[in-house]
Design a protein around this ligand. Structure first.
Ligand code: E4P
Length: 214
């Protein structure tokens, strides 16, 4: 299972990169805006920190506009993955970009039908949003079930499009993503830090520290 970090914050990416377990980065317009920086500057900086897919999102528009914008980002570094919105224009753009061997990540996916459209277009990644789906349905399993269903649908036909569990809110979502067979989880920095913690680990460490002093 690959772990991507879901952030545009350079300090978070820098710190997590030292752990040696981060395989890629996803950004989106909201994350970039939060940093008050320009997308191109941010992704250039990230390429120096993480050697793996780095998602840069194009603005929603016509397929031609999105492809044009994508070419600009793809020229920056071979690891750049173009995040494309789940629209018909986005699907057209994905098909064109896959023809140029430019990696794509179709985002804002909330159904198996949408995921299949992205896979048919040759998307490298598809991003079902767990947290937003759970929020919208008032459950804690809708995101999980969607991931499970997409896994079955892709495996039925041998689609190689990789599933990124996105919109992760807590460590339980990471567990659900793994159990559902997602290829990737893109995880916020805060949740990555929580993944190392367990009260019994903390307690056990204290017991061993005390023992070592004796
Ligand atoms: C995925 O690539 C998105 O950046 C992200 O996971 C969206 O999550 P949110 O629902 O917390 O905005």
């Amino acid at each position: 299972m690959l772990f991507f970090i879901d952030t545009a914050n350079i300090e978070e990416i820098r710190e997590s990169s030292t752990w040696g377990i981060i395989d890629g980065v996803t950004t989106n317009p909201s994350l970039i805006a939060k940093e008050g920086k320009n997308l191109v500057d941010v992704i250039k900086e990230i390429t120096g920190l993480i050697d793996g897919p780095i998602s840069a999102e194009v603005q929603e528009g016509s397929a031609e506009q999105m492809v044009e914008e994508a070419f600009g980002y793809a020229r920056i570094h071979p690891n750049i993955t173009i995040k494309v919105p789940m629209t018909f224009e986005g699907i057209k753009a994905t098909k064109v970009l896959s023809g140029y061997n430019i990696k794509t990540n179709v985002t804002l996916v909330f159904s198996v039908a949408q995921a299949l459209m992205a896979a048919k277009a040759g998307a490298t990644f598809v991003s079902p949003f767990m947290g937003r789906l759970d929020d919208a349905t008032g459950t804690d399993t809708a995101g999980y079930e969607l991931l499970e269903d997409i896994r079955v649908a892709f495996d039925n036909f041998g689609y190689e499009t990789m599933i990124i569990a996105a919109s992760i809110r807590h460590t339980e979502h990471v567990k659900q993503a793994a159990l559902a067979g997602s290829d990737v989880a893109t995880i916020p920095f805060k949740v990555l830090k929580q993944m190392i913690e367990h009260p019994l680990t903390t307690k056990g460490l204290q017991i061993f520290r005390d023992a070592a002093k004796k």
